[in-house]
Design a protein around this ligand. Structure first.
Ligand code: COA
Length: 245
């Protein structure tokens, strides 16, 4: 187990766990969490022994209630913010992680909370989860990817409904519109994610990574180029399998 100020990072066999750990403040995302997350994501990316990662939130009330508004209100000037962002593109790093990432979300999943979940590949929610993007009500727009990752996940109209109306949706609706893959009872949340993680980890790791890569990169490409990419990645899986025979 590796302790950071705002995150707990653990490894059990081939599965890693990253827990947002500011339970008294609903796991809100601050500059310290950004720095901790950056380190954890670098560690995950560079660790060939980790085959699947589970992201979760500590405490009873929230996965993450968004950005820390106390820090936001004392935000650095835009040039400084841009410099920090350039040096630490945590969201770009998140989306470039080769291993499958599973978000298990409960309670409040707001603002950056949704954005962290959207950087993951599979989302499992407990029945009490509530999702929303409060940014528009604060006179800002999301800046951790939601304007891009949300429409790619649930489609333009549904994404704009969430982005423009500040409407909160419950777990059942989130599942219906494809924001989460599955809703389970709160007490079954981690067990369900671990079952899934173990299943994925039991498969050929090269096939798993290449399947993720084909989807992630392919979504940004015209179909013909995506099919070429798939061909190359499928061949690579085959070649690695032949080499290890
Ligand atoms: N920024 C800073 N502090 C926050 C916060 C945020 N985004 N969200 C919650 N907190 C703090 C609260 O101030 C409170 O601190 P305190 O115990 O020192 O008073 C603590 O977290 C618990 O929150 P509280 O409001 O008491 O819980 P609640 O169950 O009554 O309400 C929410 C929960 C999520 C509805 C409410 O906290 C809220 O609306 N938060 C803001 C959400 C938001 O706008 N996030 C997006 C920012 S882009």
């Amino acid at each position: 187990m590796y302790g950071f100020k705002t995150l707990i990072y653990e490894k059990k066999d081939a599965i890693a766990y990253a827990t947002l750990n500011r339970p008294n403040a609903l796991n809100i995302y601050n500059i310290q969490m950004r720095d901790d997350l950056y380190q954890v994501l670098c560690a995950i990316k560079d660790d060939p022994d980790i085959l699947v990662v589970i992201f979760k939130g500590a405490g009873e009330k929230a996965f993450c209630a968004g950005a820390d508004l106390s820090e936001f209100l004392t935000a650095p000037p835009p040039t400084e913010a841009r410099r920090i962002r350039w040096q630490r593109d945590v969201w770009g790093l998140f989306l470039s992680i080769p291993q499958p990432l599973i978000a298990v979300v409960h309670g409040y999943v707001l603002g950056s909370g949704i954005e962290i979940a959207l950087c993951c590949d599979i989302r499992i929610a407990s029945e009490d989860a509530q999702f929303g993007l409060p940014e528009i009500g604060l006179g800002i727009i999301p800046a951790a990817g939601a304007t891009q990752t949300l429409p790619r996940t649930i489609g333009r109209a549904r994404a704009l409904d969430m982005l423009l109306t500040n409407r909160r949706i419950d777990a059942e609706e989130a599942c219906r519109i494809g924001l989460v893959n599955k809703v389970v009872q709160r007490e079954k949340l981690l067990e369900t994610a671990e079952g899934l993680a173990k299943k994925i980890a039991s498969y050929n790791p090269v096939a798993v990574r290449n399947a993720k890569q084909a989807v992630m990169r392919g979504l940004e490409l015209p179909l013909a180029e995506g099919l070429d990419l798939e061909k190359r990645l499928a061949l690579e899986v085959q070649l690695v399998a032949n080499q290890t025979k």
